[in-house]
Design a protein around this ligand. Structure first.
Ligand code: ADP
Length: 633
């Protein structure tokens, strides 16, 4: 025999003795509630009721611990008297061979000598057995409530007329059939149960009771396995297997399992759902089903206790065994194992339902939806506004194009006389040359070389006239604003070609010095020609009164950094200093017949090309207009 022992693995009778002594010490240390609450001198002391509560296995063994907790709470709630609740634990229930219970009984006897309890409440079958066995010796006249005892475990032969039994009935057929209803594909149920005497009793009992299910369901018992081994098996269960949690107070290895640690451990590793018929195991690990209700049993136990304490004869208090309550299911487990609500028995209650996102965040969702709605409203208003602005922009651009076109007409109108003159010249030459050629052809031997020259002159004059017309048509073209890549030197040259005729007619020296480098820009050629033409006409207007020797308009293009520049200089009087800021304003004019729109339109055109336009007076006299446009690659 080994001298090194542990509490859990020690030989049973030695462990019993050891635990009994531990129990003694512990019990002495547990203060009773009402003993502290009521002083001896208090008149209520005479009303004090001493309640002895005896637990099976230990204070923290489920399901009894939960029943005891609930019974105590209910008793304290309902009792009209101050209570002195004394709790003791029958540890011997854990062992196959309980060994001597006598020291514990003796201890209880000496503890209550002279101050017997008013009532004894035993919780669970082992505790009931113990008090029944020792009552004649210890508490022969004390009434007892034997509660949370399965009816098959009630020791009826030892019942006295001072005992009330609050029994329960375990209907395993109903419990297993409800599993089959909830999970119809189930083929095997692995029953987790410990190895204490009580647990062993149930193995035989359940096997017998489940005979009607033979053939429909295979039952596997884990009663002879250590809990460690049970965990290993539960992790690798074959399909269509479920676990049934019976009891696990002491496993086959002698390990004691308090609280709900074992069940939680099983729940963590199991690859199958766990069912149980006890409500104290429900709420975290088991799926649910028909179960004993903690509250119902507690209420009945307390009802019996209060009636007895009021003086009612215990023999008059009789109850039918309590069956399973209406089935309850854990929503989280139903989700986890894919069990549909339609599979649940009628009248089932589903608990622990996780609130939907809508239920959890209703206000936040409403707020966000409201914000989104307001935002959507704002966006649609803004989009509508943008659409209106775009439409207005298109409309205004259209108007501007028309205005610019009208302005070109008026500019060209000013040129009409000069243009007519410009056309007349080649047409006159053509006529004269044609007549000369006719006469020469009438001669006996016409000079064909000379006629060839005349025809060449006619062709040149014709080209000159058609060029004038082409330019005129091109500048009067009514085209939409159209941006394209162009060479600014060529565009300016075209405008000079048109203005040249006017300059000629007005005896003005019009010069053009194009830039030596290329000036690629993006723009509408007709509109840019209009700008140049406008500036040249204004320059020519400004010098029309000047001395004939000083009538000069010089146009030049150049590259200044990444900008193309057009400079138009005249030798006129310049712009009056006070007018410099106003010349680009619409309807500003100093001319009697002027409209004052030329420079305003020109500036708008230049700005639409992302360019700038400025005017200044030159120190030597005369005005300088500079147009700058961005160069493109
Ligand atoms: P309009 O030619 O019909 O008057 P513009 O907008 O083309 O309209 O010109 C506005 C005014 O700017 C002119 O009336 C004139 O006073 C002034 N102006 C324009 N160009 C010159 C210039 N080269 N020299 C002096 N004044 C000028």
């Amino acid at each position: 025999m080994s001298g090194r022992v542990t509490v859990a693995l020690v030989k049973p009778w030695r462990a019993t003795a050891l635990l009994l002594w531990l129990g003694l010490i512990l019990a002495a240390c547990i203060p009773s509630r009402s003993a502290v609450a009521v002083e001896l001198s208090d008149p209520r002391y005479r009303e004090l009721k001493r309640v002895l509560v005896l637990y099976s296995f230990g204070r923290e063994f489920r399901p009894w611990s939960e029943y005891a907790r609930s019974i105590k709470a209910e008793l304290e709630r309902q009792s009209p008297w101050p209570l002195d609740i004394q709790e003791h634990t029958l540890l011997t229930a854990r062992f196959n061979n309980p060994g001597p219970e006598a020291p514990f009984a003796e201890y209880l006897g000496s503890l209550y000598q002279g101050a017997l309890p008013d009532i004894i409440i035993s919780i669970g079958a082992p505790a009931a057995r113990f008090v029944q066995r020792y009552r004649s010796k210890l508490f022969p006249d004390t009434p007892m409530v034997l509660t949370v005892v399965e009816e098959r475990l009630v020791n009826r032969s030892d019942l006295t007329d001072k005992d009330v039994v609050v029994s329960v009935r375990n209907d395993f057929v109903a419990a297993f059939e409800s599993i089959l209803q909830v999970m119809p594909d189930t083929k095997t149920v692995a029953v987790v149960i410990g190895a204490s005497p009580l647990e062993k009793f149930w193995v035989d009992e359940v096997t017998r009771e489940l005979k009607p299910l033979q053939g429909r369901l295979a039952i596997v018992w884990y009663s002879d396995l250590s809990f460690e081994e049970i965990l290993k098996r539960a992790a690798k269960l074959p399909p269509h297997t479920v676990l049934f949690w019976g009891l696990m107070s002491v496993d086959a290895a002698g390990i004691v399992h308090e609280g709900d640690i074992a069940l939680r451990g099983l729940h963590e590793v199991a690859n199958a759902p766990i069912f149980s018929y006890q409500e104290p195991f429900f709420g975290g690990s088991t799926v649910g089903g028909p179960m004993h209700s903690t509250m119902e049993t507690s209420r009945r136990s307390v009802d019996a206790a209060i009636r007895i304490l009021r003086g009612e004869k215990p023999s008059n208090i009789k109850y039918e065994p309590i069956g399973f309550a209406a089935p309850k299911y854990d929503w989280r487990e139903l989700q986890r194992w894919g069990i549909g609500a339609s599979n649940l028995p009628a009248g089932s209650e589903i608990l622990f339902r996780e609130p939907t996102i809508w239920e959890s965040y209703r206000w936040q969702i409403l707020l966000i939806a409201a914000i989104i709605l307001v935002q959507a409203g704002l966006i649609s208003v803004l989009l509508h506004e943008r659409h209106r602005r775009r439409a207005a922009e298109v409309e205004s651009r259209q108007r501007f194009v028309e205005l610019a076109h009208a302005n070109r007409y008026s500019a060209v109108g000013e040129l009409t006389t000069s243009i007519a003159h410009e056309l007349n010249q080649p047409l006159g030459s053509i006529l004269t040359n044609a007549e000369t050629a006719e006469l020469m052809l009438k001669a006996a031997s016409p000079d064909l070389d000379e006629i060839k020259h005349i025809l060449a002159d006619i062709r040149r004059d014709d080209l000159r006239a058609s060029e004038v017309i082409r330019r005129l048509r091109s500048v009067l073209k009514k085209t939409p604003f159209e941006i394209r890549k162009l060479e600014l030197n060529d565009t300016v040259c075209e405008a000079i070609g048109l203005a040249a005729a006017v300059a000629n007619g007005r005896r003005i020296a019009l010069s053009y010095v194009p830039a030596v480098t290329a000036l690629p820009i993006k723009g509408d050629p007709v509109q840019l020609q209009q700008v140049v033409l406008n500036l040249i006409i204004n320059a020519m207007d400004a010098i029309s009164d000047a001395d004939i020797t000083k009538r000069e308009v010089s146009v030049a293009t150049a590259r200044a950094g990444n900008q193309a520049e057009i400079r138009i200089i005249d030798t006129g009087p310049g712009i009056a200093t006070g007018d410099l800021a106003s010349v680009f304003n619409p309807f500003f004019t100093t001319k009697p017949e002027g409209m004052g729109m030329g420079l305003a339109i020109a500036k708008t055109i230049v700005e639409a090309h992302h360019g700038t336009m400025a005017a200044e007076n030159l120190p030597a006299g005369g005005a300088l207009f500079v147009v700058r446009l961005p160069i493109v690659r």
